[in-house]
Design a protein around this ligand. Sequence first.
Ligand SMILES: [Zn+2]
Length: 329
Amino acid sequence: MLLETGARSATYKLALVTAIIDICVEYEPAPDGTLAIPLQEITHRVIALYWNQTRTFGEQGRLRQLKGSGRSLTDAIAAIRDRLAARGIKSPEVAREIEDREYLNFARTETLRVSNMPIKHLQTAVKGSHDTDFLYDASEFQREMTHRDVERINHIVLRPGVADGLRHASTLLKTYIRALWTRDVIAINPTELEENRLEQFLFGSDRTGLSALTNPLRELQGNRCFYCDSRLNSSVHVDHVLPWSVIPIDGVANLVAADQRCNLAKRATIPVREHTERALGRTDLKTIAKLARFPLLHERTRSASVGIYAALPHGSLLWRGKDDYLEHI
Ligand SMILES: [Zn+2]
């Protein structure tokens, strides 16, 4: 497979593939099976994937994701992350939702880097060979590109069937990519890193950010657990309805308040449609998002739910409540 060829000098390709897979879960392909993905959208997703990874990791400080000493994409992301945080903007999703000029300029600049690096090189295991352009046609990316080229090319087009295939295999592929990515970070950084703790750091959701939503969601739900309707006590969890490990959407539309019992029982399972529909049908989310300075991401959550249920094999078990599953039909 294209991700196994030799030692990687950076994790950029893994970020790119993950971004493409997530987009395939959320976007509907064209009738001919192709899927056009704007380069800016890919870059935004890549930035979002690295966003939490540029926090300091315990005593190790910031982890490197590129061999050598050049200024890396993650250095640039760490810098803008700090600048936006100083203005109270906590995520690239919020920055994009409020059309923050500094962020949009940054994303535009980095689109050139993402185009010149992972998009150009993802499928070329052997230098100069284009035979492996099986995901998308990368021939336009072969020379050193400028901003003007990037604007002209604008998007990549996944070949017929690719989007559907990636959507169906997304959970499996992402598990595999997370393992490779963790291993690469261990190889790139000089200090010893503990694999399990590192993987959780790189790919877990940043729970500290979610706590701002505990009270507003709790209030919205009349102090009852979203899933089982029990009265909430002091240990309230903010839960991703569509699991974070399946699709990383930290938007209010995908977040609910749950008691510990349901939160622990549900974990990373996909809930029954009824839960998801109910989460998407909630009103007043806009106000909560605005007050907590959190993105809403209603449209993304909705389209991701369509993609996730469509790709689930019949007979898969969906989570309804503690020890209560329903077969997906
Ligand atoms: Zn509950």
